[in-house]
Design a protein around this ligand. Structure first.
Ligand SMILES: *Cc1c(COP(=O)(O)O)cnc(C)c1O
Length: 378
């Protein structure tokens, strides 16, 4: 049994997006003098941004990603259990985690706090293994990572951890999607200095990575040995940036079906609070998807859906399991397709457009797609 509201995920589009990014990395690297083009660490946290981590992970492995990345150990274990054999980087701080999954499922943890370094060293020593990990440097985001300007104090213990083998060092940009901000350059310089300092402290043969989707688009100098795109893989360009000559295909569409059509008389309203009322007769259609499916309550009055190739507005309050749309003048009946995200005939609504309509960001729109929505893969 399939509910009428379905997220269709085009795995071939995700693979094509990975190859398009690879193509860009190869082309641009050939111009600048570089030893080789950067590899891709494909970011699949939050159930692959709502697209379904197992299917997306296998598709990206097949398409040639070098490594996958996720938020925590549980996500990493789920990826392993879906059959992924690539190395898997765990971004999160692990100071208060049960670390067994790291060892049992061959995950690559991030060392991003002193407490995490100690916990990982203890766990690796107890198992008498060398644990491969990535070291995170905080260059100004002030979230996770060791402060770039405090390494002489913090690094001796980390670098002296006999069971931790640091194979890569990375950082994360706070303002990559703010084109007018010069802080990206500042973070990049701090990262260069920090990695040089680590070399001087004796850390050997490590790779470096820093770029999320926005940085990848903005500045080739952020690429280092690997890049870490998330959003671009799903065919969405981080606002307000443009894709340039990178050709991407949106991977996800969200569709439903009309379940009822009814007439509203002059002076009547629809939905909780009757917040939307009409002073002339109108037709509305009911669509079985609501905020429990991840649709934002602010969509009402601000966003549209596609029916019969036309944009029609969402009216009344977004309910838990339903929305109402104004289909006045259209010949619609129960069963007709409704596109919330995606294409219908010549019209298209993107996740980026939906996010802009409610003052949110496309990452949030796709991540929030509810667990009740079935993912169908093609
Ligand atoms: C989420 C995340 C990324 C990917 O970000 P996008 O903007 O989706 O490309 C890269 N690196 C880290 C550390 C992240 O948390």
């Amino acid at each position: 049994m399939i509910r009428p509201t379905v997220a269709t995920v085009d795995l071939a589009a995700i693979q094509a997006n990975l190859r398009a990014i690879q193509g860009l990395l190869v082309r641009e690297s050939a111009r600048a003098p570089r030893e080789s083009s950067p590899r891709i660490i494909a970011v699949l946290k939050a159930n692959a941004y709502g697209h379904g981590a197992s299917a997306v992970g296998r598709a990206l492995e097949e398409a040639g990603a070098a490594m996958l990345a996720c938020a925590d150990i549980e996500e990493g274990v789920a990826l392993r259990q879906s059959g992924v054999t690539l190395p898997i980087l765990v971004f999160g701080a692990l100071s208060v985690s049960d670390l067994d999954g790291i060892f049992e499922h061959r995950l690559t943890p991030t060392v991003s706090t002193p407490a995490a370094a100690r916990a990982l060293e203890r766990a690796a020593a107890a198992r008498n293994v060398q644990l491969h990990c990535h070291l995170k440097i905080d260059t100004g985001m002030n979230r996770l990572g060791f402060r770039h300007d405090n390494l002489p104090r913090t690094m001796p213990e980390v670098l002296g951890s006999a069971h931790l083998r640091i194979e890569a060092v990375y950082t994360h940009f706070a303002t990559a999607d703010l084109p007018e901000s010069a802080f990206l350059d500042e973070q990049r310089s701090r990262f260069d200095r920090a990695t040089a300092a680590l070399g001087a402290m004796g850390l050997r043969s490590f790779t470096r990575h820093a770029a999320n989707s926005a940085a990848l688009l903005r500045d080739t100098r952020t690429w280092y040995d690997a890049v870490r795109p998330g959003l671009l893989l799903y065919g969405i360009v981080p606002p307000p940036l443009a894709a340039g000559d990178l050709r991407l295909r949106p991977a996800l569409s969200l569709t439903s079906r009309i379940v009822a059509v009814k007439g509203l008389r002059r002076g009547e309203g629809t939905g909780y609070g009757l917040r939307w009322t009409t002073d002339e007769p109108r037709s509305i259609a009911i669509v079985p998807a609501g905020y429990a499916d991840g649709l934002d309550t602010r969509l009402s009055g601000r966003a549209a859906v596609l029916v019969r190739g036309r944009r029609v507005p969402i009216v009344g309050s977004v309910c838990m399991d339903m929305i109402m749309i104004d289909v006045t003048g259209l010949d619609v009946s129960p069963g007709d397709e409704v596109v919330l995200i995606g294409r219908q005939e010549d019209e298209e609504i993107t996740a980026r457009e939906m996010a802009a309509a409610i003052g949110s960001i496309p990452w949030e729109v796709t991540c929030r797609l509810g667990s009740r929505i079935q993912r169908e893969y093609k």
